[in-house]
Design a protein around this ligand. Structure first.
Ligand SMILES: NC(=O)c1ccc[n+]([C@@H]2O[C@H](COP(=O)([O-])OP(=O)(O)OC[C@H]3O[C@@H](n4cnc5c(N)ncnc54)[C@H](OP(=O)(O)O)[C@@H]3O)[C@@H](O)[C@H]2O)c1
Length: 379
């Protein structure tokens, strides 16, 4: 039977790769809806090819789609409205805080979520996981997909630690002095993955791994001390589980997001791919400690994750502002953790993060504080 699939953020890196999977398996999927922020030209091409009954566009000219027969959801919150349309699986490939509303909307509507938007769990972890008690979330992030697969069939109480691997990004081994000189063009060159700009910068600062630790904490209900991060330059082992008896199960696959995406959107089936598996030819696998004193975003994320409440929301917002400012050449690479730290240092009491209103209030507050820090840094 065809699987009804909705893809949020279909014009981005995750969305485009998800559509490659759909294209490779004709007859397996029925595309229910596609969404973008404002990239009307790519979305138009996708609508012509996949003929979804729904599209959602946050901004941009909806007249681009006038001649196409599809129901058009338009404006702020359009992706969240699309997420509510009945579907077997909603793949959330939106980047940043904007993805939270869609994750929540899909879960509330009873649509299983294939989650790439890690920010949903960073900012709304406890709330989102409460909703996920009745509607499943299948992880798409390769590390979480790896852990999810290693945990399959295990029983509670067997796990000692989760293992999250990091590629180390393009600047692994650099000193702070060397990091002072790098620009967005250097940071956008990731050694092993091709991804959107925000996550590529997050990978270079190691904030991505920090966000992923918070994501893993919520998804798998493990304390932060039970999550071990190691740098694995080859990006073949994506994650694993270390058990009570000191045995570990690791997950290995080529660094190709289509593998994790296909796993999530077809779960529990596995597709047959006639291609070279894993990377046994490049059989040297190394595992090293991350340089926490150089890549300060990693300990900052751990600190915010452990503090909980408003802290992870503030961390995420400050990071989004800082990354944008770095990409616009308004701040230097090493200012990214400075700005995040400045915001974390002044987080006031906001109460429990159990509604969109509260989470949005913290997000707005943190963005303002971060913007001021960016301005001060550029004066
Ligand atoms: N790329 C990867 O390999 C990878 C791997 C693991 C996890 N992830 C996670 O997956 C998510 C997406 O990453 P990506 O690399 O695919 O990002 P991306 O290439 O920048 O794509 C982002 C997508 O989200 C849409 N979008 C942006 N802002 C939006 C908003 N305010 N409302 C609605 N839609 C919006 C964009 O639409 P427009 O094109 O119209 O701007 C685009 O379709 C991130 O959370 C990332 O951490 C990505």
């Amino acid at each position: 039977m065809k699987r009804r699939l909705t893809i949020l953020g279909s014009t981005g890196s995750i969305g485009l790769q998800a559509l490659e999977v759909v294209r490779s398996y004709p007859g397996r999927f029925e595309v229910v809806g596609l969404s973008a922020k404002g990239n009307t030209s790519i979305l138009r091409e996708q609508v012509r090819e996949f003929e979804p009954p729904y599209i959602a566009l946050e901004s941009g000219d909806i007249r681009t789609f006038e001649d196409l027969e599809t129901k058009k959801l338009m404006g702020y919150g359009a992706a969240a409205s699309l997420a509510e349309v009945p579907s077997d699986i909603v793949l959330n490939g939106i980047v940043g805080f904007a993805g939270l509303a869609a994750t929540v909307a899909a879960l509330k509507a009873g649509n299983t979520v294939a989650l790439a938007n890690k920010e949903s769990l960073v900012v709304g972890g406890e709330w989102v996981m409460r909703l996920a008690k009745s509607t499943p979330i299948i992880p798409v992030d390769s590390e979480h997909s790896a852990i999810f697969q290693c945990l399959a069939g295990r029983i509670e109480g067997e796990v000692r630690e989760l293992l999250l691997t990091a590629s180390g990004g393009p600047f692994f081994g650099y000193t702070k002095e060397e990091l002072r000189r790098i620009g967005p063009e250097d940071a956008l060159k990731h050694p092993t993955w091709r991804m959107g700009p925000k996550i590529t910068i997050d990978s270079a600062t190691l904030m991505n791994k920090g966000l992923e630790a918070i994501e893993a904490h919520h998804l798998f209900d493990v304390p932060f001390d039970g999550i071990r991060i190691v740098v694995h330059r080859q990006s073949i082992v994506h994650g694993g589980v270390i058990f009570k008896d000191r045995a570990a199960i690791l997950h290995a696959a080529l660094p190709d997001m289509r593998i994790a995406i296909a796993h999530a959107i077809l779960y529990p089936e596995r597709i047959d791919v006639e291609d070279e598996p894993v990377g046994f030819k490049e059989a040297t696998w190394t595992f090293e400690e991350p340089q926490q004193e150089v890549f300060r975003c990693l300990p900052l994320a751990a600190q915010a994750g452990k503090a909980g409440g408003a802290y992870p929301v503030a961390l995420n917002a400050a990071n989004e502002i800082a990354v944008e400012a770095f990409l616009d050449r308004r701040i230097q690479f090493l200012h990214i953790p400075d700005i995040v730290e400045e915001v974390l240092d002044v987080v006031p009491e906001f109460g429990a993060m159990d509604s969109m209103e509260v989470i949005k209030a913290v997000d707005r507050w943190a963005r303002q504080v971060a913007e001021k820090a960016v301005l001060r840094g550029t004066q």
